[in-house]
Write a protein that binds this ligand. Structure first.
Ligand code: FDA
Length: 302
């Protein structure tokens, strides 16, 4: 009830106010900000995956501009020898407007990453995008077997079946490479598990399947319970350190991040930047209503 109320209010809050609480989740508005924060993280032995903010574009012309920005980003980060890769949201390239043109744009980005010896992760968006995003990943992986990975969400009822279906693209030389997360979009109960523990249980089921089958996995969570269970599974399957990594969002649970790294696991932080920070921030704030409550209080308490 409270969460629903917060979710309803957030889009109407003044941007300046939301920014005060959002800036901890965002590297900044431009490429220099992303470079600066990535260098800092690299200095802390943390890899990065960089995301240019923006999603669900309205005009295909925006996709061309977004593609150019990504290609520039990849070249800059390669020149600067940043230890990192890149994450893309297909709806930022017109997934819901023209699937083929979206694919061609992302293909050009992956080709640029290939030239720079880098890697692109296709983020997973809401369930209206899932089929198309799995398909885009399939096509890209067929052409660039070691340059592309996909996100899967443990709250989706279909996830384990999708992962199993994709096993035909898995090999020792070019393993499947997934980021496993819980999932952040509001989905109907027909397509997604809703109960907190249920989502966790499916997360562990998916993770176990991946480790059993030699799939490379980015264990993306800030949930201590899942982190501890993941440690157990990694030990159970004696998974080599270079066959998985932990992943966290910029600005979230740095203490847990340190704990994981102190235990000798590799860590990658998701570094978002760009002028389109509002949608990303309001999703993070809806996820953590305590922060949104602070914003609401700030509206009234002067
Ligand atoms: P959970 O939400 O239960 O959080 C566990 C604890 O972490 C909380 O109790 C709190 O302490 C802390 N925490 C979590 N979120 C916080 C926040 N915003 N601010 C402060 N503290 C917070 N989703 C998706 O649908 N598609 C995608 O492509 C991605 N990509 C992605 C990349 C990476 C690297 C990460 C880490 C996550 C994603 N996600 C995502 C988001 C993911 O699906 C999920 O919504 C969040 O990671 C939160 O889930 P947790 O597993 O952290 O558990």
């Amino acid at each position: 009830m409270f969460n629903k109320m917060i979710a309803g209010i957030l889009p109407y809050m003044p941007k300046k106010l939301v920014w005060i609480f959002s800036k901890r989740y965002i590297a900044g508005e431009n490429i220099e900000d992303a470079l600066r924060e990535s260098r800092k993280l690299n200095a802390e032995q943390t890899m990065v995956t960089v995301d240019i903010l923006g999603e669900y574009i309205k005009e295909l012309s925006e996709a061309t501009e977004n593609k150019k920005q990504y290609i520039e980003l990849i070249k800059r980060f390669t020149d600067e020898k940043i230890d990192g890769n890149f994450s893309v949201k297909p709806s930022m390239f017109g997934l819901l407007l023209d699937k083929e043109s979206c694919y061609q744009n992302i293909r050009e980005i992956v080709a640029a990453a290939d030239e720079c010896d880098s890697f692109i992760r296709v983020d997973m968006e809401d369930s209206t995008c899932t089929d198309a995003e799995v398909e885009i990943f399939r096509r890209l992986k067929a052409e660039f077997p070691t340059r592309v990975g996909l996100v899967v969400q443990s709250y989706m009822r279909r996830t384990l079946s999708d992962v199993r279906d994709l096993m035909d693209m898995h090999s020792e030389e070019a393993p499947l490479n997934f980021r496993l997360c819980k999932g952040i979009y509001v989905e109907p109960v027909e397509v997604a598990y809703k109960k907190y523990q249920e989502v966790r249980d499916h997360y562990l089921e998916d993770l176990e399947y991946m480790l059993q089958n030699g799939i490379y996995v980015g264990i993306a969570t800030h949930d201590k319970y899942l982190v501890d269970k993941a440690f157990e599974l990694l030990e159970k399957y004696n998974t080599p350190k270079d066959k998985y990594e932990f992943q966290m969002l910029y600005g979230v649970t740095p203490d847990l991040r340190s704990r994981i790294m102190s235990a000798g696991h590799r860590m990658r932080v998701y570094v978002p930047y760009g002028v389109e920070w509002f949608g990303y921030s309001t999703r993070r704030l809806k996820e953590n209503p305590n922060m949104a409550w602070l914003i609401i209080k700030a509206l009234f308490v002067r």
